[in-house]
Design a binder for this molecule. Structure first.
Ligand SMILES: NC(=O)c1ccc[n+]([C@@H]2O[C@H](COP(=O)([O-])OP(=O)(O)OC[C@H]3O[C@@H](n4cnc5c(N)ncnc54)[C@H](OP(=O)(O)O)[C@@H]3O)[C@@H](O)[C@H]2O)c1
Length: 317
């Protein structure tokens, strides 16, 4: 099939585009050409690249028509962040594609009720990003179920892989936390460290997109969580990382207001965003309907990412 991937040179696209090529699809990649994939792959030689700035094209009203003119069978939209943006693309592609796949986020959920959270739980998003992503999901599912738009939405957790900093056991992205654990230094965690995070390896997200395409009939009109088999508590994550470095975990727990003063404002904001969500999502639906079989546990994904950070001297062990 002719597959157009919008924003395919990032975390997920690094793995997804080669998988699409290997499966025999004719792939067109749309991006601004500012960045290259995290890892080289020979498959990129057979990928057609179309340079486009989505924001500029949308402002001119030409983004959807330009994607349509590529005559895709399948469109994978990795970078849609507003309802307006989704509507613009859908209007151009209506009746023109066999499958329209969108990358969402588990932030479509707000605070959990019963965990692991299933896709059936009512959405209670907070924060502009999650609110917009939930609105996009609701719009696409409505279009699919009422008007036959062949849409599928995949909701990744915290995406991890070699080449960038994974969400760390303190709930933010400063890689220094891994060095502290590697050196057996004390690490302060907010509250009791029992709030949760839910990672996923980027290649498992790519796998889920492939499985959704391969299982089109059960994927249409549905959204799926794409996370590792199990979420981690911050405390358990810190302990496991310390053990991986053959160190005892020297953890200290502080109430939120005190803890936030021990880190930068940026780190505190990132941690608050993660612990206020404390995601813990079920993959049962994706397993059942898409045969999604993640290769990585959360810790395995993080070990791979941190190994890369050690090799590149970002983390000292
Ligand atoms: N990162 C996470 O942990 C996480 C978690 C849950 C969900 N998500 C979702 O994952 C999706 C992002 O996927 P990703 O993390 O693989 O992407 P990413 O690493 O952020 O890469 C973004 C891709 O989009 C292209 N791009 C960015 N701005 C563009 C523009 N204005 N016009 C055209 N192309 C543009 C980039 O290439 P150029 O810069 O060269 O244009 C690149 O190919 C989003 O929908 C996000 O909500 C991410």
């Amino acid at each position: 099939m002719r597959v157009v991937v919008i924003g395919g040179s990032g975390h997920v696209g690094t793995y997804l585009v080669p998988r699409l090529v290997e499966a025999g699809h004719e792939v067109t990649h749309v991006s601004r050409s500012r960045r290259t994939p995290y890892q080289p792959h020979a498959a990129w030689k057979s990928v057609q690249h179309v340079m486009m700035d989505r924001a500029a094209e949308e402002a001119a009203g030409s983004f959807g028509p330009r994607i349509r003119s590529l005559q895709p069978d399948v469109v994978i939209d990795m970078i849609c962040f507003t309802l307006e943006s989704a509507c613009h693309l859908v209007e151009a592609l209506r009746g023109e594609v066999q499958h329209f796949l969108q990358c969402g986020t588990i932030w479509v959920h707000g605070p959990s009720v019963q965990v692991p959270t299933t896709e059936e739980q009512p959405r209670r998003p907070f924060g502009e990003y999650g609110i917009q992503k939930a609105a996009i999901e609701a719009y696409l599912l409505n279009e699919a179920r009422r008007h036959g738009l062949p849409a599928t939405i995949l909701h990744p957790g915290h995406i991890v892989g070699p080449g960038w900093e994974p969400l760390n056991p303190a709930g933010h992205f400063n890689p220094r936390v891994f060095t502290q654990l590697a050196h057996g230094e004390e690490l302060a965690l907010p509250n009791l460290g029992m709030e949760t995070v839910h990672h996923v390896h980027a290649d498992d997200v790519a796998q889920a997109f492939m499985q959704a395409i391969a299982n089109r009939s059960t994927a249409l009109g549905e959204s799926f969580h794409v996370v590792s088999p199990a979420a981690l508590t911050l405390r358990g994550y810190a302990e496991a990382m310390a053990a991986w470095f053959s160190q005892p975990a020297r953890l200290r727990f502080m109430g939120w207001e005190e803890w936030r003063t021990t880190v930068s404002e940026e780190e505190a904001n990132a941690t608050w965003d993660h612990i206020a969500h404390s995601p813990n999502c079920s993959i049962a639906k994706a397993q059942r309907l898409l045969d999604y079989q993640p290769r990585y546990s959360s810790l395995q994904a993080v070990y791979e990412a941190v190994s890369w950070l050690i090799e590149h001297k970002v983390v000292e062990n």
